[in-house]
Design a protein around this ligand. Structure first.
Ligand SMILES: N[C@@H](CCC(=O)N[C@@H](CS)C(=O)NCC(=O)O)C(=O)O
Length: 201
């Protein structure tokens, strides 16, 4: 398998961490969405990372769809999402909130980085970052009772998604240590595990 994308991208890193947690060997091509436009578009017509090229040449796009395949193909008894019911819904809800926080963070970054300075609309940046913060605060609230994981009493996609979202937030100058201290500490402890540490950009 070949993972196309740089781990600076939270979506790519989520896939890389998941592959690591499932014990799947893979090669990674460090291409960035904006820096390697033509090569990325050749793998994904949208020009976005990540893409995952399977051993038979089929190419999957979008981190959610890639994760769905990894769960189906390699999750089995160690799947990062419960198979059904309320626990599954809770994990998927939190993971969606965390990846949505990434979407909001990127919208803020794109507004800042892809417009000429006189066309940057700061209120939109502030609004996106507020949504990112409130989503991260929802994860912080879940950890308030001292539980070691966000959901289902074990490591799940919710934790992996929170990990990449918290990392992106720090990159956007959100002081997660001050604003979401339990989430910050949770992510620091995840970093001690190999698949998280090995994917540090
Ligand atoms: N929904 C997509 C989002 C992927 C995404 O936006 N990736 C960014 C990098 S973090 C990218 O490639 N941006 C380039 C672009 O949007 O043209 C996913 O989950 O994979």
């Amino acid at each position: 398998m070949i993972l196309i994308g740089v781990n600076r991208s939270p979506y790519t890193r989520r896939v890389a961490v998941t592959l690591g947690l499932y014990g799947m060997p893979f090669e990674q091509r460090d291409l960035s969405g904006f820096g390697n436009r033509a090569e990325v578009r050749a793998a994904n017509p949208l020009g976005r990372i990540p893409a995952l090229v399977l051993d038979d040449g089929e190419t999957l796009v979008d981190s959610g769809a890639i994760i769905d395949h990894l769960d189906e193909a390699y999750g089995r008894d160690r799947a990062l999402v419960p198979p059904a019911g309320a626990e599954r819904r809770a994990v998927l809800r939190l993971a969606a909130l965390m990846m949505g926080a990434c979407d909001k963070g990127l919208q803020a970054a794109y507004e800042r980085n892809h417009h000429p300075p006189e066309k940057v609309h700061q209120p939109w940046i502030d609004d996106c970052l507020l949504s990112m913060r409130t989503a991260l605060a929802a994860a912080e609230a879940v950890l308030a009772d001292g539980r070691p994981y966000l959901s289902a009493g074990r490591l799940t996609h919710a934790d992996v998604a929170a990990f990449v979202a918290e990392r992106l937030a720090r990159g956007l100058k959100v002081d997660t240590e001050a604003e979401m201290p339990r989430l910050h500490a949770h992510c620091r402890s995840l970093l001690e595990r190999e698949p998280f540490r090995a994917t540090e950009p």
